[in-house]
Design a protein around this ligand. Structure first.
Ligand SMILES: [Ca+2]
Length: 184
């Protein structure tokens, strides 16, 4: 009987030692995990590419009106690009300069076609006016800021020749377009 008890105690001690060993390993792993930077970011769906944390598609193969570009973006589960953040604007301009050097004009999502002077993105949120988004109207009147086109110009374009600042253009002009995926 005593022999059995000693056997059981021996086993128990063995188990306790193993448990301590496992706990030690677990602590080691937890310490290591604190240094692992797990990237759970889901890649952008085709044909979109990640720019400044947004999934964007630069459609430069053909030029088209603002409305037709928006229709194309909607067909790709997106909409014409919304820029309401200066850091995002910076990332997009630098991406365009590096990756799309052959295109001069890009439609983005802002428009005041519904109500003159009331600029909206395609999700109906207000477009931020003034600096640092909108460009200068002309070299002759540097104090005058865009938009200045009245009812003739109701859509926002980024123009390489004007440092990619927002400018209002006639929505019927045919330019490249930048789509933004709906989930980004
Ligand atoms: Ca207008």
């Amino acid at each position: 009987m005593q022999e059995k008890q000693e056997q059981v105690e021996g086993k128990l001690q063995e188990i306790q030692e193993k448990q301590e060993h496992i706990e030690g390993k677990l602590q080691e792993m937890q310490e290591k995990l604190q240094h692992v930077d797990i990237n759970l970011q889901v890649p952008c769906p085709v044909p979109y590419t990640d720019v400044g944390g947004k999934c964007l598609y630069f459609h430069t193969a053909t030029n088209d009106t603002w409305l037709n570009k928006e229709t194309l973006c909607i067909g790709l589960d997106g909409h014409l690009l919304k820029i309401d953040d200066a850091n995002l604007f910076y990332d997009i301009v630098n991406h365009v300069k590096a990756k799309e050097p052959d295109t001069t004009y890009f439609w983005i999502g802002g428009s005041d076609a519904a109500t003159e002077g009331d600029w909206r993105w395609t999700d109906y949120t207000k477009v931020k006016m003034g600096t640092p988004f909108w460009g200068t109207y002309s070299m002759k009147t540097p104090q005058l800021q865009e938009p200045q086109g009245g009812t003739r110009e109701n859509c926002i374009c980024l123009n390489k020749n004007l440092m990619f600042y927002f400018h209002d253009y006639s929505c019927n002009y045919e330019f490249a377009g930048i789509c933004e995926h709906n989930e980004s």
